[in-house]
Design a protein around this ligand. Structure first.
Ligand SMILES: [Zn+2]
Length: 368
């Protein structure tokens, strides 16, 4: 994994000249964008600013990876260097480690679920070092678990569902966890890598379902129900691909891709998430940072247009995770920005051609 030097605060004003901007739907004509302090300026006055010639380049909102696991400040530096300016963590403990990764100046900004809720008999209970606090033994423990996560600062609640009878929380417990989260004003993200778990996540009304089933493709009816219930999917195709390869089960990945296509056809919002992790004992370790670019490519292979793939890592995660200050290149928003060579709307692989990255206006050491 690439290690980068710590980012140093740059000049307070930078003007990007002749750059074409991804406005969420298309590229603008070449224009000027001014970074002023940590935000995008409401004007294009370049006087006194450091000038960057963006001719032939595209300016994107900083990428949001909607499914990562964090291990330390090094992880944030690697994410930032690859253009991931916001990382949505789906399980990091203990709370002390997590607290040390929040609001780290000049690096990737995070939100986190803290400790996930798991059953006492599934594969997650056997992950080395899994927190004992993660186990929820029945609906009566749901309220206490959610209250503990909220008081530890959880931004949302992560729940690991397994197919019925495979050691995850049972249906009543899952329902109780989702209800308790709602009471506390927190959204829920439910892990579902089998159709059995997916159905439980549908029944429970989880806000987000992460992964996609690998045992068979989702039916059109299941996808339509996901859309009708307003649920959002974070498929983590990079993890599904790696897991299928590690286990030698290629058809499982083809199922995952077909599930994404079904969800996309049904109009379910799809978010780019990689499941980046360096956790021993899990099926596949996904590299932080570089993997978001791979995920965008896999989403395009699954049927999203390049514009939809870019939206899945910018405007859509910002909207659905209530991050009102980012996800677009607009005056007043955080200057989380990515300058790339070429046009990723024509070829999504252009997101890898990173020239510069800014986290809240601070230039990073870019390198994919
Ligand atoms: Zn994960």
């Amino acid at each position: 994994m690439t290690r980068t030097a710590p980012a140093v605060p740059g000049p307070t004003r930078t003007a990007l000249l002749y750059v074409r901007v991804f406005d969420g739907h298309a590229l603008t004509e070449p224009c000027t964008v001014v970074i002023d302090g940590g935000v995008i300026a409401p004007h294009t006055d370049a006087s006194g600013a450091r000038l960057v010639d963006g001719t032939g380049m595209t300016l994107l909102p900083g990428l949001i990876d909607a499914h990562v696991h964090l291990h330390g400040a090094d992880t944030l530096a690697v994410l930032a260097s690859h253009g991931v300016t916001t990382a949505l963590d789906m399980a990091t403990w203990p709370p002390r480690l997590l607290a040390s990764l929040r609001r780290v100046p000049h690096l990737t900004d995070i939100r986190s679920a803290g400790t996930p809720a798991i059953g006492d008999g599934g594969p997650h209970a056997r992950i080395p070092g899994m927190s004992k606090d993660a186990v929820v033994r029945g609906p009566r423990e749901a309220g206490e678990f959610v209250a503990a996560q909220v008081s530890a600062g959880a931004d949302y609640i992560k729940i690991v569902a397994e197919a019925p009878g495979e050691g995850g929380p049972d249906r009543e417990t899952l329902d109780a966890l989702v209800a308790a989260a709602r009471t506390h004003g927190r959204k829920t993200v439910v892990h579902a890598a089998t159709t059995g778990a997916y159905r439980m996540a549908l029944d429970a009304g989880a806000d987000f379902i992460t992964h996609v089933p690998m045992d068979r493709p989702l039916h059109a009816g299941e996808a339509a129900r996901t859309a009708a219930q307003g649920q959002v999917c974070i498929p983590t195709l990079t993890m599904m691909e790696g897991t299928a390869a590690a286990k030698g089960i290629a058809p499982a990945y083809r199922s995952a891709v077909r599930s994404v296509a079904a969800l996309h056809d049904a109009g379910v919002p799809i978010l780019a998430g990689t499941d980046a992790n360096a956790q021993p004992g899990v099926p596949f370790q996904v590299e932080h940072g570089a993997s978001i670019h791979h995920e965008l490519e896999l989403l395009v292979e699954a049927g999203l247009t390049p514009v939809e793939a870019l939206r899945s890592a910018t405007v859509l995660p910002a909207r659905h995770f209530d991050l009102d200050d980012r996800g677009a290149v607009k005056p007043g928003l955080r200057a989380d920005l990515l300058l790339v060579d070429g046009n990723p709307l024509a070829d999504i692989r252009a997101t890898r051609a990173l020239r510069q990255v800014w986290c809240a206006g601070v230039e990073q050491v870019a390198g994919v």
